[in-house]
Write a protein that binds this ligand. Structure first.
Ligand code: G4P
Length: 539
């Protein structure tokens, strides 16, 4: 009776509290290093999935190169797994998926603009591979904090010291091991946590995780009993070397993107994953301030701002529906509210907004900094667009990168020219590839990171826009965005290189360089001109 009279005020968190509990990150790796497996284990810990095998791989395997249905199917899967939100120990984790296939690397680069930190997975047998090197370059550009997980310790891998040297050398980042493996492969004993001073003995295929055994002194006999005399001796020698070679771990160096803490484990055996996750939620940054064309915006500012980093279009060819992925950067996003679309200088309102929780999509009424919201769009939004509460500013740091393969678009059906133009425009807005239009003759050249993209474009133009296009190879090495402090010099350069000057989707000037050697020569001959490999730059 008495209780009925008492009204319980619901616990409402402040904006600061919402921000403090969020971690938005991506996993990067070379295909096959174990990204999908690790993702799945993280989701298991978060209770977002109940059993292994629930996360479908979003990678397109090589054998599927020409299998269009496979590509379409994968597009469907990758929408479902684009963002996986889950809670772990009171922390709201937003894991942004990145395509594994290197031909879709541009998509990965863009997704990395929407995260606050990254977990990098490296295969201990193969070491640092090319795709990881490229992705790390993008992280370095933005000083993104990186946590490194060396995977597959149940296999005979390379010497751990050698692996760490390779990471430092190839990825240009300092490392600091926080755990250390005791042997590998068939004789893999487990991992010693250098900070907690605990030993995790290796047990394969466990979903539950045992508590680590505390070893307050690695010189104690307890260690010999647990792992055997020889391995204990080796661990003692390794730890001594680590303490001598690597400086103490400083969280601030990690947050500044200068040092990557390293963990060892085996994702498929769920070994070392919990330690990784526990450390991740402790040290990874909550949503961080971000630069705009006007000023830096802090997440705790009360007014909403956010930007679009990904667009998924035409999932249903009968309806031109698209989902735009919005990263909330400050304030609170509310559904069915009028916001300001800065590029179009007009108000925009979304009655249909989606949050991503594990593999389900659910309608959301509000979202906080660090959250990703899916917005149903009918063609108003482009990658890089900023939405605000009214302020005129654009988020920066969402550049286009120079593609690596270029081909001219040849229209094969003059009756469908309009459809082709519309299709190309929409696919470019979606970020499938980049379009460059030459100043002379208005020739259109499509640039991509991987050859598979041309096949996707051709297929989708036909399937979704009834347009027929072919592609003719072009002898182009790089697209360089050009600028100069001296407008006269810039004009002189444009006049002398007319045949090689094009415009990108935002009308920015681009020099299409035919070869590395030629570009070098041009750079030497025109020292007042700046050549950039990304569309955003500071002179
Ligand atoms: P990716 O997303 O980075 O491309 O890699 P994914 O997780 O799909 O893993 C690639 C392969 O490596 C998978 O084997 C996976 O089972 C295996 N793997 C992941 N973690 C470990 C590990 O700790 N130890 C060992 N030995 N293998 C690991 P697969 O044969 O390609 O696929 P599946 O049939 O096992 O699914």
């Amino acid at each position: 009776m008495f209780l009925n009279l008492i009204t319980f005020a619901p616990f409402i968190m402040t904006l600061e509290q919402e921000i403090a509990k969020r971690r938005t990150f991506g996993i990067i790796s070379h295909p096959d290093a174990g990204k999908t497996t690790l993702t799945e284990k993280l989701l298991l810990f978060g209770g977002a999935i109940q059993k292994a095998g629930a996360v479908k791989s979003s990678k397109i395997k090589d054998h599927a190169r020409s299998d269009w249905m496979e590509i379409e199917k994968q597009r469907g899967i990758s929408v479902a797994t684009s963002v996986m939100g889950f809670n772990y120990k009171d922390i709201k984790i937003n894991l942004l998926d990145t395509p594994g296939h290197q031909d879709f690397a541009e998509d990965t680069y863009r997704t990395l603009t929407a995260v606050d930190s990254v977990i990098m997975v490296i295969d201990c047998v193969k070491g640092v591979e090319t795709q990881t090197e490229k992705l790390m370059e993008v992280c370095r550009m933005r000083s993104t904090p990186v946590l490194c997980f060396i995977n597959k310790l149940d296999r005979e891998g390379r010497d751990p010291f050698e692996l760490l040297d390779e990471v430092e050398e190839k990825l240009s980042i300092k490392v600091r091991p926080l755990s250390w493996p005791i042997s590998m492969g068939k004789t893999f004993k487990g991992v010693y946590n250098l900070y907690e001073k605990t030993l995790q003995l290796f047990t394969a295929s466990k979903v539950t995780v045992e508590e680590g055994i505390e070893i307050s002194d690695i010189h104690s006999e307890q260690l010999d009993k647990l792992v055997g005399e020889n391995y204990a001796k080796q661990l003692r020698a390794d730890v001594e070397l680590i303490e001598g070679v690597y400086p103490e771990f400083e969280v601030n160096d990690y947050l500044a993107g200068k040092v990557a803490p390293v963990f060892f484990g085996s994702a498929v055996n769920n070994f070392g994953v919990k330690e990784l996750l526990d450390t991740f939620i402790r040290i990874a940054p909550p949503p961080i301030p971000r630069e705009t064309t006007v000023r830096e915006i802090k997440p705790e500012e009360s007014k909403f701002t956010g930007f679009i980093f990904k667009i998924h279009a035409n999932m249903d060819p009968k309806h031109r529906n698209r989902i735009a992925f919005l990263r909330v950067c400050s304030g609170k996003f509310e559904r069915a509210t009028n916001y300001y679309h800065v590029r179009q200088e007009k108000g925009i309102r979304f009655s249909n907004a989606t949050a991503f929780m594990a593999q389900d999509r659910e309608t959301v009424d509000e979202a906080w900094p660090g959250d990703i919201v899916g917005l149903y769009d009918t063609g108003n939004l482009k990658i890089g667009d900023t939405l605000t509460d009214g302020e005129k500013l654009m988020y920066t740091g969402i550049p286009s990168f120079s593609p690596e393969i270029f081909k001219e678009v040849i229209n094969k059906d003059a009756m469908k020219t309009k459809q082709l133009e519309k299709g190309l425009l929409q696919l470019m807005e979606e970020g499938v590839a980049q379009l460059f239009t030459y100043e002379l003759g208005k020739r259109k050249v499509v640039g991509v990171v991987g050859a598979l993209q041309f096949e996707v474009i051709q297929f989708r133009l036909k399937n979704e826009y009834s347009a027929s296009a072919e592609f003719a190879g072009q002898n182009i090495y790089k697209a360089c965005w050009i600028s100069s402090r001296d407008p006269k010099k810039l004009q002189e350069f444009i006049d002398s290189k007319q045949r090689h000057i094009a415009r990108d989707k935002d009308d920015k000037l681009v020099f299409m360089a035919e070869s590395r050697a030629w570009l070098q020569m041009v750079q030497e001959n025109f020292p007042e001109i700046n050549f950039h490999f990304t569309s955003e730059f500071k002179d």
